[in-house]
Design a protein around this ligand. Structure first.
Ligand SMILES: [Zn+2]
Length: 269
């Protein structure tokens, strides 16, 4: 187990990386790590993530009340605490404003195309949550429709939120979101996006299961051709009862809901 100092130091290092990568400006962004259900470390309000030092990191309880630290917790800590409450598997949360991924939400373009194997394996499509006023309960609420099936979320006209079993994983997911958005933007500028075909997606999802990648994944439900003759998913022969094998390896109920949604949509087409 990491010592308190090690956790604080790790949070600072992630803050520095976010700042160096240009994922945050001024005092933007916040980071938290779960110790147990009623104890968390988080970044303070009003400090650049590039200037963080371990003595600035705050310890709070499950209600966001400060237990230790001279500064005050970020006003967006509500968003983190809500995530921990809904997702007991999450050990760390990172919030930043990565510019390209954020621009997708500003332009009203979904980051939902499956274009890179690494991004397919780790995050799948990234949902855009409804716009909310920062520091209110609007943003935590906006995450709720997606929280059980995803580890990465775009916040409309605002930024991104990523979660992971630990801090390293949450940071990697954030990096993956921005990298995926960049490649998607470049491809659009070069003339268009060619997605990885459905049949290949299913192989990647099998690989994800084999590799036992932790976290939640939406599966390959973004197949726009599902239920049509252009769909090349394995079982598309039985169109209305399409059974894609590419489900995430956890959340059996969530998978069932997704499968029912998928079948209803296919039937409606
Ligand atoms: Zn923000």
């Amino acid at each position: 187990m990491q010592s308190a100092y090690e956790i604080k130091k790790a949070i600072c290092e992630v803050g520095h990386k976010l700042y160096d990568k240009g994922f945050v400006a001024a005092n933007d962004g916040n980071i938290s790590v779960k110790v147990n259900d009623n104890e968390f470390y988080c970044t303070p309000t009003g400090v650049s993530k590039g200037d963080l030092t371990p003595d600035m990191i705050i310890r709070i309880d499950g209600n966001g009340k400060k237990i230790e630290g001279k500064l005050n917790p970020s006003s967006e800590i509500k968003m983190h605490l809500r995530v921990y409450k809904e997702r007991p598997d999450v050990g760390a949360v990172v919030h930043a404003h990565p510019p390209v991924a954020t621009a997708f939400t500003v332009a009203g373009v979904e980051l939902d195309q499956y274009i890179l194997p690494e991004a397919v394996l780790t995050i799948g499509n990234v949902p855009t949550c409804e716009y909310g006023t920062p520091s209110t309960m609007e943003i935590p609420d906006s995450l709720m429709p997606y929280i059980q099936k995803h580890d990465a979320f775009l916040l409309k006209n605002h930024g991104a939120l990523t979660v992971g079993v630990d801090l390293k994983k949450a940071l990697f997911v954030m990096e993956e979101v921005e990298f995926n958005a960049k490649i998607c933007k470049y491809a659009r500028e070069l003339g268009g996006v060619e997605e990885i075909p459905c049949e290949q997606l299913e192989k990647l999802m099998e690989l994800r299961k084999k590799m036992q990648i932790p976290g939640r994944h939406p599966g390959c439900k973004t197949c726009k051709n599902l239920g049509t003759e252009n769909c090349r998913c394995k079982d598309n022969t039985a169109k209305a009862t399409h059974t894609c094998t590419c489900h995430s390896n956890d959340g059996a109920n969530a998978d069932l809901v997704a499968e029912i949604t998928r079948r209803v949509l296919a039937a409606l087409k």
